[in-house]
Ligand binder design. Structure first.
Ligand code: DGJ
Length: 745
């Protein structure tokens, strides 16, 4: 396990039990990529992997020879402007206007553990022997600028984390216009590109296409990672599926503008890149200044998509999420948003909380509308003090009343935003992101505070900290409901305007960090109009995120399924809401809503008093179930069994760490008539364990793991016609789900 440098061949070999990552110092001093994949042996050299041959129309670096063209070389961090005509990993503009560079290997260091990236989220180690790190220092002699390529290979997980640091050690300033976090040149293009894309209320739908010659990419230029595309993509072999085959997942640990791109060149070499989106980005490096890119994580799996996801889940749940709440069981919460929207007062909230307590809820969350003049979307944002007309005892008084009921209290904030109708805006109109002389576009009647400026972040910190210091707040929902437009900061000069998007997100991270440091007991849930900033960067600060504003159970099957490719179940805020559903008016049974939501950080988004007695009975059972199994669901191995993007019937399961328990959920969207015989092949069980199966409280008998995995679980159900004849209306509905609990002695 570790990192080897072979001085003679100039090769670096990063490896653990299952994977190898091989690089070489090239003749021109740049770093070449030789191999990434399943573990291969350490050899004297792997020179045969340098497939550098003469090709017409290419350009060659050394005079009088036709065997060294950057166009043909697979590289680790390719530059712009020499003999490689593909997209570069970075561009550095110099005083004379040129962006041509020549970074060459200077030295390297190898050490146990993993460095912290100051001000940025990143995976971490708890013990040094969990990972090894390689830092390769390169220098452009003409400029004096240095670049450090940073690689960490984890020993237990088939994952490599990468980032790059630039440092201007020269005499004059230069400017980064592109600075990717990772670049990986792969020797062929026989991959399906899988992206997780959608929109508000349909986040992270799974979309596949074969790679083709040319560029394919997803990204965000909105200031946040966004609903439209996730900073996570997969390259999978066409024959790979959920359970077998070669798959690589690429995840950016960042919450701002991003680009994920695969360029297939004329020789079918695939250049995969990921990092801050170059559009709207530049970073001025004065002498002595440095720039650190965000981290990107690559996971390699030979066990298909599920294998990849399980690696991400474990890594992100245990070595990205931090703090007191990382390993703690998450409270069952009830959020008042869909129960009241802006229409509430203290008594109404206490009533809702009381009912919630009766049914077993543990945390009551007060959403938008509790502060200043905020009784609708148009005013109050930025003025973080309680509206005492609605809450005569303030947040302090309300939180104490909620705690007296035996519940914990949580509070909503949208700290990055301001309404023009607010004291904050009236006092500091220059504190919003806007371009002087241009119209500032609004989103939901609100404007984005200029978090690139420390004084703005300080101001907000002081307001929030005051409330948190005097009240009993155990949870914060940190919302963010618009994109950044007319990006410009009055706090910086012309040269620095390309830095504002990134400086903004650094400001967000800084505020999180300061709040976490002073209030470590608070559980943070991030949110951005639902799942508009559901990314690995956020998980470093908030171990859970509101997955989507869409709480319809049918839609949630897809959204949670898509989200699960990278992110652990413990990170997915998942609530049961009222029907007809507020987003798409669909009626689904409360059982199905619960069966889907309990595979996340579980809660309710309604006033339980509005439910029927029978629904309340189901709710109580759901809560009991979640309390009993949430630890196992969050820590166990998650298997996607049948995709809602391909089937009317979708299924997934979780297997406990010791394999003695498993929970399977099976969801039929639309009922069907006289259907085929069906079996569901389970995964991850111990072949030799005998599992006792209980399906929705009905004993189903005992089955060996090998039976359930090889033969499958029989899931044929009566068709619509038969069910009607038998009078068994329960199994004759659309939007139907069942849950099977398996236990071995
Ligand atoms: C958007 C969030 O996604 C909702 O859950 C809710 O908190 C509203 N904002 C409140 O304005």
């Amino acid at each position: 396990m570790g990192i080897i440098f072979n001085e003679k061949s100039g090769e670096f070999h990063l490896y653990n039990e299952n994977i190898s990552y091989l690089m070489k110092i090239l003749r021109n001093g740049q770093i070449g990529q030789l191999y990434f994949g399943s573990r291969i042996p350490q050899k004297e050299h792997y020179d045969y992997l340098l497939e550098n041959a003469y090709r017409p129309m290419s350009a060659y670096v050394y005079e009088n020879e036709y065997s060294f063209s950057l166009e043909h070389l697979k590289q680790e961090y390719p530059s712009y402007g020499s003999s490689d005509f593909r997209m570069p990993a970075f561009t550095l503009k110099q005083e004379n206007g040129s962006s041509v560079t020549a970074f060459q290997y200077v030295s390297h260091k190898i050490y146990a553990g993993k460095p912290v990236l100051s001000g940025l989220p990143a995976t971490y180690t708890e013990k040094e022997d969990e990972a090894d790190t390689l830092e390769i220092l390169l220098r452009d002699e003409l400029l004096g600028t240095e670049m450090t390529l940073i690689y960490t290979i984890f020993n237990q997980e088939n994952a490599v984390a990468r980032s790059v640091r630039f440092e201007n050690r020269g005499e004059v300033s230069c400017q980064l216009d592109t600075a990717m976090s990772l670049c990986l040149d792969l020797p062929d293009a026989d991959y399906e590109w899988v992206q997780f894309s959608g929109a508000w209320a349909r986040e992270r739908y799974v979309k596949n296409r074969m790679l083709q010659q040319g560029i394919q990419s997803v990204g965000s230029t909105r200031g946040s990672s966004g609903h439209m595309h996730n900073p996570f993509v997969v390259l999978k072999r066409p024959a790979a599926d959920e359970f077998q085959g070669e798959v690589m997942g690429f995840s950016l640990v960042y919450s701002g503008n991003f680009l994920a791109q695969a360029e297939v060149d004329t020789y079918n070499v695939t250049r995969m890149m990921m990092g801050i989106h170059p559009l709207g980005f530049s970073w001025c490096l004065e002498p002595g200044e440095s720039f650190q890119t965000p981290e990107a994580v690559i996971v390699y799996s030979k066990e298909g998509m599920n294998g990849m996801s399980q690696t991400f889940h474990k890594l992100y749940r245990t070595r990205l999420a931090r703090g007191e709440w990382r390993d703690k069981e998450r409270p069952v919460l009830l959020n008042n948003w869909e129960a009241t929207y802006f229409n509430f007062d203290e008594e109404k909230l206490v009533q809702i909380a009381k009912t919630a307590k009766e049914d077993g809820v543990e945390l009551f969350v007060l959403d938008d509308g509790w502060f200043s003049t905020r009784c609708g979307e148009t005013s109050g944002l930025g003025d973080w003090w309680a509206n005492t007309d609605r809450l005569p005892n303030g947040i302090k008084g309300l939180s104490e009343r909620i705690e007296e009921l035996g519940l914990k209290f949580g509070l909503w904030f949208e700290l990055e935003m301001v309404n023009k109708d607010s004291e904050l805006y009236r006092n500091h109109p220059d504190w919003i992101i806007h371009t002087p002389g241009r119209t500032a576009s609004h989103g939901r009647k609100q404007y984005v505070l200029d978090f690139s400026r420390k004084e703005v972040v300080d101001y907000i910190f002081n307001l929030v900290a005051k409330i948190l210091r005097e009240s009993k707040v155990s949870y914060i929902k940190w919302d963010m409901n618009r994109s950044i437009t007319e990006c410009f900061s009055e706090g910086y000069g012309a040269k620095r305007q390309g830095e504002i998007f990134h400086r903004y997100i650094l400001g967000v991270y800084d505020l999180y960090e300061r709040l976490i440091a002073e209030f470590p007991h608070i559980l943070f849930e991030s949110c951005a109009s639902g799942g508009g900033r559901f990314d690995a960067g956020m998980l470093y600060y908030a171990p859970q995120a509101w997955t989507s504003d869409d709480t319809d159970a049918v839609e949630r099957v897809k959204i949670q399924y898509g989200t699960s490719y990278a992110y652990p179940l413990s990170s997915m805020g998942a609530h049961v809401s009222i029907t007809p559903n507020h987003q798409l008016c669909r009626e689904t049974p409360i059982k199905m809503r619960g069966d889907v939501a309990c595979f996340g950080a579980f809660g309710y988004e309604l006033d339980l008093a509005k439910l029927t007695a029978e629904e309340r009975r189901v709710v109580r059972k759901q809560i009991e179930f979640v309390k009993q199994y949430r630890g196992m669901i969050h820590r166990g191995s998650f298997y996607r069994l049948q995709s809602p993007f391909e089937n009317n019937i979708s299924a997934w399961m979780v297997v406990s760490e010791d394999k003695k328990q498993a929970i399977v959920v099976y969801i039929k969207i639309l009922n069907d008539v006289n259907c085929e015989f069906r079996r569901l092949h389970l995964k991850g069980l111990d072949e030799n364990f005998c599992y006792h199966a209980v399906e929705d409280d009905v004993e189903k008998g005992d089955f060996f793991g090998s039976e359930l995995m090889n033969i499958g679980m029989i899931t044929s159900d009566a068709s619509a016609g038969q069910a009607l004849e038998n009078g068994d209306l329960d199994i004759c509905t659309d939007f139907w789900s069942k849950m099977v609990i398996l236990k071995a002695e």
